[in-house]
Design a binder for this molecule. Structure first.
Ligand code: SAM
Length: 315
């Protein structure tokens, strides 16, 4: 459906849990998460998405927290993935638990994966995230073997941490169907910790004039895409700060506790829980209203950002 500013809203980010086993320095503020007991069920997620497809949502990305921490993740994928009007189902994961699950996810109906990977050096990776780099690398190999392609690797660039590894990440795109995307650090739930640590994507690009610009894979995609001549994968730059893309934003978010959030960067959200107790028509009307009133844009420039961190909202 079309919102009050004329944007067509087609894309849902569905956070299935706020729980995460990693502690990325720039992401998780010291706050509690929605307890497991309050997370919506696989059936409730399916119902919300089914109603949303009637309003034109055709793409869903499962996220969190860490979606693979849900014991019923295959059921969620299967239920949402089998909705007839859904064209694309993907997932964002830290890949700590991906090895051993990639082909089951694919068979359940998952089409594509985005994997977060902030460093190719085991010690830096552990320092930035608290996780194990080898598990991510194993997960990437399995995802490629399972056919979850194009596989996208998301790198949040943080000054003084991983900003010296840009070319190592670009080298990953040489011979496998992998896209690497550099994401600008956003002022979300960080209580000021991220201030001064953002590297502008415009600077990374200026330093690499040999990257060739490519047309977007699909309209309204958040990244500007490039390629190293002769390489197989793409290099994307997602620049919410230096190149705001709110005018083309086509997405809304549902959090694991049933809060519907029309904009990542504005702390305005409505609970769907009461409406879930009623019939589909009431649920549809509530969602229609929230989509229509989606804010014109985020407030990151003024640095007011969002109070909730990404692991709570669903990145
Ligand atoms: N656990 C999954 C993962 O790690 O991919 C999904 C959730 S995570 C919150 C989604 C993405 O948000 C990750 O790529 C993470 O690096 C990114 N992210 C978290 N906080 C961010 C921030 N302040 N600025 C930019 N990206 C952020």
């Amino acid at each position: 459906m079309i919102d009050q500013y004329g944007r067509e809203i087609t894309y849902l980010r569905l956070s299935v849990t706020e729980r995460c086993q990693l502690r990325c320095t720039y992401c998780r503020a010291d706050e509690g998460v929605c307890p497991k007991a309050e997370e919506l069920s696989a059936e409730e997620f399916e119902r919300i998405v089914r109603v949303m497809t009637r309003l034109g949502i055709s793409k869903v990305r499962l996220t969190g927290g860490e979606p693979l921490l849900r014991k019923d993740i295959l059921e969620i994928v299967a239920r949402v993935g089998s909705l007839p009007d859904l064209k694309d189902l993907s997932m964002t994961t830290n890949a700590q638990m991906l090895a051993g699950k990639a082909s089951a996810l694919k068979s359940a109906g998952l089409r594509r994966l985005n994997i977060s990977l902030d460093s190719l050096k085991p010690d830096v990776f552990r320092k930035m995230t608290g996780g194990d780099l080898q598990l991510v690398l194993d997960g990437i190999d399995e995802a490629l073997a399972a056919g979850l392609v194009p596989l996208k690797i998301n790198v949040v660039v943080v000054a003084g941490m991983n900003d010296g590894e840009i070319d190592d990440f670009i080298a990953l795109t040489r011979s496998r169907p992998l896209d690497v995307r550099f994401i600008e650090l956003m002022p979300i739930g960080d209580q000021g910790r991220n201030a001064g640590r953002r590297i502008s994507n415009q600077d990374l690009l200026r330093e690499r004039p040999y990257l060739q610009a490519l047309p977007p894979r699909y309209p309204g995609q958040p990244s500007s895409d490039y390629q190293m001549p002769g390489y197989q994968g793409r290099v994307g730059f997602i620049s919410p700060i230096s190149h705001q893309f709110c005018a083309d934003c086509n997405r809304i978010r549902v959090m694991s506790d049933g809060m519907l959030r029309p904009c990542l960067g504005v702390d305005r959200q409505i609970s769907l829980k009461e409406a879930l107790a009623g019939d589909d028509e009431g649920l549809l009307e509530l969602i229609r209203r929230v989509i229509y009133e989606k804010p014109i844009g985020h407030a990151f420039q003024s640095c007011s950002g969002s109070e909730r961190n990404m692991s709570r909202i669903g990145g």
